[in-house]
Design a protein around this ligand. Structure first.
Ligand SMILES: Nc1ncnc2c1ncn2[C@@H]1O[C@H](COP(=O)(O)OP(=O)(O)OP(=O)(O)O)[C@@H](O)[C@H]1O
Length: 341
């Protein structure tokens, strides 16, 4: 369903590659009717080669559609001037950048180009916007550093700050968390989510971070097997089974009840009832799962009782008398030894 307020939308969009005169085009995704809403973070998910970058480049007008259109308001983006587009849409790509001798701040300042005069003079409000963008992207300490002195993750933050400085309604980011460590990945997704909400921008992010996308995205675009495209709220896609279907692969299975992926040899051979404190329960559950042992959480009469604050934390009631274990490791060894008997 198309909402009139959509910042950008597509009409029967086909994306892919032309191969020359006598060959048919390679169609990557076809007949897409999607939209980005103001104030929402949308995550685009799909395996390697699914077509995420191709779709994003087409949405940003960097690549012509094979068919259909990308509309900004009522106008086809191909009919808009580059100057107008630069004030409406910014894109952060994973490509290397040729700006090595610039400082971080100088590169972020380029985001203001669509608004400056022909001399590129920055007004006090441009400077304020650059300061804000550096701050919000967590890139302020990098402002004076040369681009070639930055790590991949640091450069990524500067590029995100540049997109913020460009102050567009739509921001498209191709794998913005690719070079970041875990705390920075979490922070970046949180930042993009908050930014969308606070500034009413439409933010589209392609990512391989399924877990983060499930937690942070307002909306998901999924490219599944056979390049089947599905979209919706993460929670709806989980409940409908679409998320699981998109990522079903041998050795990887999605647990709908927890939102976690089960990896490797996860065939459950035995299940225990378990009760206790939530944090310890979660990590106990994960440890057992790796060994093919399932858990079913109950409130009383559990076979395994977890009391994180007490000594002898894990009590196994399966045997008589119940045994106390100071670590999950100890509990697990006991369970496995017993299981083999
Ligand atoms: N210039 C090109 N000409 C023809 N085919 C291309 C071209 N560039 C990419 N492709 C193909 O298009 C498909 C989609 O590529 P794309 O880069 O969009 O995938 P992706 O989902 O972004 O992948 P990844 O997660 O690995 O970055 C792939 O099969 C790729 O080989």
């Amino acid at each position: 369903m198309t909402t009139p307020s959509a910042a950008i939308r597509t009409e029967r969009l086909a994306v892919g590659y032309r191969q020359g005169k006598n060959k048919p085009p390679v169609v990557i995704l076809d007949a897409l009717n999607v939209q980005l809403q103001p104030g929402q973070l949308t995550c685009l998910l799909g395996p390697n080669g699914a077509g995420k970058s191709t779709l994003m480049r087409t949405l940003a007008g960097l690549q012509a559609p094979l068919a259909g259109a990308v509309l900004l308001g009522a106008t086809n983006i191909l009919d808009e001037s580059p100057e107008y587009m630069a004030r409406k849409m910014s894109m952060v790509l994973t490509d290397r950048i040729e700006a090595n001798n610039m400082t971080g701040r100088e590169l972020v300042a380029l985001g203001r180009t669509p608004y400056t005069n022909w001399l590129g003079t920055l007004t006090p409000s441009d400077q304020q916007m650059i300061d804000w963008a550096l701050e919000v992207a967590g890139a302020r300490p990098l402002a004076r550093r040369r681009i070639h002195q930055l790590s991949d993750g640091e450069r990524q933050k500067i590029l995100i700050a540049r997109a913020l400085a460009q102050d567009t309604d739509v921001i498209i980011l191709d794998e913005p968390t690719a070079h970041l460590d875990l705390p920075n990945r979490l922070e970046m997704m949180q930042l993009l989510h908050e930014l969308a909400r606070k500034t009413q921008k439409s933010i589209l992010v392609s990512t391989h971070e399924l877990d983060l996308a499930l937690r942070m995205a307002d909306n998901l675009w999924l490219i599944g097997p056979g390049r089947q495209f599905t979209e919706g709220m993460p929670e709806d896609l989980i409940l409908s089974g679409a998320f699981e279907a998109a990522f079903s692969k041998s050795g990887l299975c999605f647990d709908n009840s927890t939102g976690n992926f089960l990896i490797g040899n996860t065939a459950i051979t035995q299940t225990y009832t378990i009760a206790g404190e939530p944090l310890a329960l979660e990590w106990t559950r994960r440890a057992l799962q790796k060994q093919g042992l399932g858990t079913h959480i109950v409130t009383e009469d559990a076979q395994i009782e977890v009391r994180q604050s007490a000594p002898g934390v894990w009590t196994w009631h399966y045997v008589l008398p119940p045994t106390d274990h100071p670590t999950i490791y100890s509990l697990l060894n006991c369970l496995l030894a017993n299981k083999q008997q």
